[in-house]
Design a protein around this ligand. Structure first.
Ligand SMILES: NC(=O)c1ccc[n+]([C@@H]2O[C@H](COP(=O)([O-])OP(=O)(O)OC[C@H]3O[C@@H](n4cnc5c(N)ncnc54)[C@H](OP(=O)(O)O)[C@@H]3O)[C@@H](O)[C@H]2O)c1
Length: 197
């Protein structure tokens, strides 16, 4: 599959390496005209949004939503705001979420929230003593979620589909919980698993 990745930070680079390892073709885009957001979006059959929240609207404008019309867009972002000498906070929540905002910025795209509740080092082929963790996903388009489920399975993740994109209201605070646990235990290689009978 052809994969476009918007953002060349830790997340974009980790996912790019993972997709390549699993035999996909990847194009990364950022604010460089020689490897632009728009180039990556045009290339990708599936496009991953991997930008800091403060730069996400700008990245989408630079991409041009037309280049993502009809596409599956995996939203990996967390709407974090950073203030001096305080732990990161969510910039929105309860009645809205980053995932829903991304879907509003990209009304013609099929946005699926995924990969946001785990650190980049475990996003691909997570190996943990307790077995494979679960990937929670949310989105409005069933076929898009099927595509994302297939990718997650390839990357070693069973998937729990929690419904429409408004499920991001739960997945983004879950990412915050992951961060808080990380700071308190000073451990960054952990992931969520749903245990049931
Ligand atoms: N780090 C993790 O393990 C992790 C895990 C789950 C979810 N997330 C979420 O994933 C997202 C990406 O995380 P990251 O750590 O990879 O972020 P990052 O390193 O800060 O992302 C850098 C990328 O964002 C672009 N960017 C920064 N500001 C921009 C702006 N104003 N306009 C357009 N593009 C801009 C940069 O473009 P240039 O290259 O042009 O500078 C660069 O390509 C975040 O929303 C984060 O909350 C992170």
């Amino acid at each position: 599959m052809k994969i476009g990745i918007l953002g060349t930070g830790e997340v974009g680079r980790s996912l790019a390496a993972g997709f390549k390892k699993h035999g996909h073709e990847v194009k990364l885009g950022h604010r460089d005209p020689k490897a632009s957001y728009a180039d990556a979006a045009k290339f990708g059959e599936v496009v991953l949004l991997c930008t800091p929240w403060a730069g996400t609207e700008n990245a989408i404008k630079l991409t041009d939503p037309k280049n993502l019309a009809g596409e599956v867009v995996i939203d990996v972002t967390n709407p974090l705001k950073f203030e001096e000498s305080a732990a990161p906070q969510l910039a929105l929540g309860f009645t809205d979420s980053g995932g829903e905002q991304v879907q509003r910025w990209l009304p013609k795209s099929r946005v699926v929230k995924a990969f946001n509740v785990v650190g980049n080092t475990l996003m691909v082929d997570p190996k943990l003593p307790g077995g494979p963790p679960d990937m929670f996903i949310a989105g409005n388009d069933a076929a898009a979620k099927q595509t994302v489920t297939q990718i997650c399975k390839e990357f070693g993740w069973p998937v729990v589909d929690i419904g429409g994109i408004e499920g991001s209201r739960l997945l983004e605070p879950l990412a915050m919980l992951w961060v808080v646990v990380g700071f308190r235990l000073n451990r960054w290689e952990q992931a969520w698993k749903l245990l049931h009978k």
